[in-house]
Design a protein around this ligand. Structure first.
Ligand code: FE
Ligand code: CA
Length: 546
C-alpha cells in the first residue's frame, strides 16, 4: 500500500522537521566552553568520577507535557554499568545539583529559563525536573550542564491550552524492544519523523536473556534475570546507552507506560508467573518499578506517593490532552490486574483455556485495570471534550479465537481475552459515554494489527484498535495466526513478520495511522518503508485503507 507521507506540516505546532531531525541524530555530548556560574549547590563532578568522563552517557528525555511545562530527565552515570550496588552509575554520595537550560531555539541561543536541577542519590542520581510557567503549544529545547560538560540537547513541547484549537498533531507509538533480538533502527526512523509525542507502550526493556549457547544479535551485559534494584538499574542503563533510543528521547516528549517485561514476563499484580510468593515477588516488583521511574521522564508528583516506599506502589496511569484535538488516556495494565484465570502450576502466565475448563475466566469481579483505574478511565472518557480519544495500553484488546466452527473458543489468558467481563465493561462504557472517536493503541503482541472493537450482542463497531509491532522482539508465527483470521472478521490487518513502529497524523477531520516496517532488525543500518496506512474519518467507525 502506498505511503501517506508528504502532508503539509505548516500548521503543526511550530517545530521545523529538519531542526528536530538534526537534533535527534546529533545526540552527542558537547564540550562546554565556559564554566557556568552556579551558586549554592554541590556541583558535578562528584569525587568518584574521572575528570574527563561523560556524566551524561544515558542521554536526556522529556515527558508528561502540560500546557505550561513538562518533565525533563537525565541521569548522571559516569560509569553506567557499574556493578557496585552502592554506587549506581559509578556515583556515591548525596544529591548533586546541576544546571539546566531551556531555550526557544534548537541551538540554545535564546535561553528563557535556567536554574538548578537535583540529581537524587536515592534514585540513582536521576533528575526528574517538573518545569512549569512556560508558554502553551510550542516546542522548547533543553540541556543539562555541569562544570565540565553539557548534555545532548533535547526537544520538549508544551501542550496547547486546555480546549484550545490544535490543527494537526503527529505522534508515534512503540513497544517491545528486546536488546538481544536486534538494533533499535525503528526508534531511529521514528525520531527522524519528528513526532510531536511518542507513546511507549511497554516492554521497554526485557528482563530475560537468551541462553548463552543461542545466537543473538546483541547480548544483555548480565544474562541473569534481574531481581534487585541494582540489576534492574543496569538493564535500563544498558538500553539507554543505545544511540537510536537516545535519539528518539531527544527528539520528542514521551508518555510512558509499562507492560510485563519491565518486571517479569506475564506477572499480574502481586502474582508472579514463576509462583514466587507475593510477599517476595512484591519486593522484586518494587525494585523494578523504582528502576523504571529512575529511567523515564515521569512526573514525580504523580508517581511518588508520600509515605510509601519508592516502587511499592507507583501511579503511572494518567491523561494528557493536546488542546481540543486529542486526549491520551495511558493505562497501567499490570499493577492492579486480577490474577490470571486458572493460575496454577504449570501455568503461572499466559496460557490457553476455555470458559468451560476455567469458569474463573468469565467471573465479572475480575479486572485488568483494577476498580479505581477503571472508574478513573470511565469518568475521564465521559467528561472528555477532545475530538479524538486515544487509549494507550499494552495487551491485545480485540478478541482472537483459534476456534473452528463447532468447537469451544480458546482464550489466551494474558490479553483482554483473559478478562472478557472487564473488556465488555470497558466497551459498554465507551459506547454509553458517547466519547468522540475512541481509538485503542496496544503493544505486547509483536505484530501489527488493525481491529474493529465490537459490541458483543450485535457486532456493532464501538472503537478501533491499532497494535504496533515490536521494535525488535520476535513476532508470533505468521502462518499459525493467519489461519485463524477467517473466523476473526474483527481483524482487518495482521502482520507479524515485520518489526517497526507506528505513526499517527491527526486533524479535526481524520486520523491516519501508518504502520512502518524496518528492513531487518539485525541490521544496525536498517531502512524503513510504509507497510500499510489506515484512515478513520471523524464521527465514523469504518476503518479504511489509505
Ligand atoms: Fe513484548
Ligand atoms: Ca508484554
Amino acid at each position: 500500500m502506498r505511503s501517506i507521507g508528504g502532508r503539509s506540516q505548516a500548521t503543526r505546532i511550530g517545530i521545523s522537521r529538519r531542526h528536530a531531525l538534526g537534533l535527534g541524530l546529533a545526540a552527542l555530548t558537547q564540550p562546554l566552553l565556559a564554566t557556568p556560574s552556579l551558586a549554592g549547590g554541590r556541583l558535578m563532578p562528584p569525587q568518584t568520577s574521572a575528570p574527563q568522563s561523560n556524566p551524561f552517557p544515558l542521554g536526556v528525555a522529556s515527558g508528561d507535557p502540560l500546557p505550561d511545562g513538562f518533565v525533563l530527565w537525565t541521569r548522571l552515570a559516569a560509569e553506567p554499568l557499574s556493578q557496585d550496588p552502592l554506587s549506581p552509575g559509578g556515583l556515591s554520595g548525596g544529591d548533586v545539583l546541576l544546571k539546566y537550560e531551556i531555550a526557544v531555539d534548537p541551538l540554545m541561543q535564546r535561553i528563557v529559563r535556567s536554574g538548578l536541577a537535583r540529581a537524587e542519590a536515592v534514585f540513582a542520581h536521576s533528575v526528574h525536573l517538573e518545569v512549569s510557567g512556560l508558554k502553551p503549544g510550542r516546542p522548547y529545547w533543553y540541556r543539562f550542564v555541569t562544570s565540565e560538560a553539557a548534555s545532548p540537547i533535547g526537544c520538549a513541547r508544551t501542550a496547547p491550552g486546555e480546549g484550545q484549537p490544535l490543527d494537526n498533531f503527529r505522534f508515534g507509538f512503540v513497544s517491545c524492544a528486546n536488546y538481544e533480538q536486534g538494533y533499535f533502527s525503528a526508534y531511529r526512523h521514528l525520531a527522524a519523523e519528528a513526532p510531536d509525542l511518542v507513546l511507549f507502550l511497554g516492554d521497554y526493556i526485557y528482563e530475560t536473556s537468551a541462553p548463552l549457547d543461542k545466537a543473538t544479535v546483541r547480548r544483555h551485559g548480565d544474562p541473569e534475570i534481574p531481581t534487585t534494584l541494582a540489576g534492574y538499574r543496569n538493564r535500563y542503563a544498558q538500553y539507554r546507552l543505545d544511540p537510536d533510543l537516545q535519539a528518539l528521547h531527544a527528539a520528542a516528549p514521551a508518555l510512558t507506560i509499562w507492560d510485563d517485561h519491565e518486571v517479569q514476563n506475564d506477572y499480574a499484580g502481586e502474582w508472579a508467573s514463576n509462583f514466587e510468593p507475593p510477599a517476595r515477588f512484591l519486593l522484586q516488583r518494587a525494585a523494578a518499578y523504582q528502576a523504571f521511574y529512575e529511567h523515564m521522564p515521569l512526573r514525580p508528583s504523580r508517581c511518588l506517593q508520600p509515605g510509601t516506599a519508592p516502587g511499592a506502589a507507583m501511579r503511572i496511569y494518567d491523561r494528557t490532552n493536546f488542546g481540543d484535538l486529542v486526549s491520551f488516556s495511558m493505562l497501567d495494565g499490570r499493577q492492579y490486574r486480577s490474577r490470571e484465570a486458572c493460575y496454577a502450576p504449570p501455568y503461572g502466565g499466559g496460557h490457553v483455556v476455555t470458559a468451560r475448563q476455567c469458569p474463573e475466566l468469565t467471573d465479572p469481579s475480575r479486572s485488568l485495570l483494577g476498580e479505581e483505574q477503571e472508574a478513573w478511565l470511565y469518568d475521564g472518557l465521559a467528561a472528555s471534550k477532545a475530538r479524538w480519544n486515544v487509549i494507550g495500553q499494552t495487551v491485545l484488546m480485540a478478541p482472537l479465537h483459534d476456534n473452528h466452527p463447532g468447537t469451544e473458543a480458546h482464550e489466551w489468558t494474558e490479553a483482554w481475552d483473559g478478562y472478557p467481563a472487564a473488556r465488555t465493561r470497558l466497551l459498554d462504557h465507551i459506547e454509553s459515554s458517547g466519547v468522540a472517536n475512541p481509538v485503542v493503541l496496544s503493544g505486547d503482541n509483536h505484530a501489527f494489527w488493525a481491529n474493529e472493537l465490537k459490541r458483543e450482542s450485535d457486532g456493532t463497531t464501538i472503537a478501533t484498535e491499532f497494535v504496533g509491532t515490536s521494535i525488535t522482539s520476535y513476532g508470533p508465527p505468521y502462518e499459525m495466526v493467519a489461519k485463524w483470521l477467517p473466523s476473526n472478521p474483527q481483524v482487518r490487518f495482521f502482520e507479524s513478520r515485520k518489526r517497526g513502529y507506528s505513526v499517527v497524523d491527526v486533524n479535526a477531520h481524520r486520523m491516519v495511522t501508518r504502520f512502518q516496517a524496518i528492513s531487518d532488525a539485525a541490521d544496525p543500518e536498517a531502512k524503513v518503508e510504509t507497510l500499510a496506512s489506515f484512515v478513520l474519518e471523524a464521527g465514523r467507525k469504518e476503518l479504511m485503507t489509505a
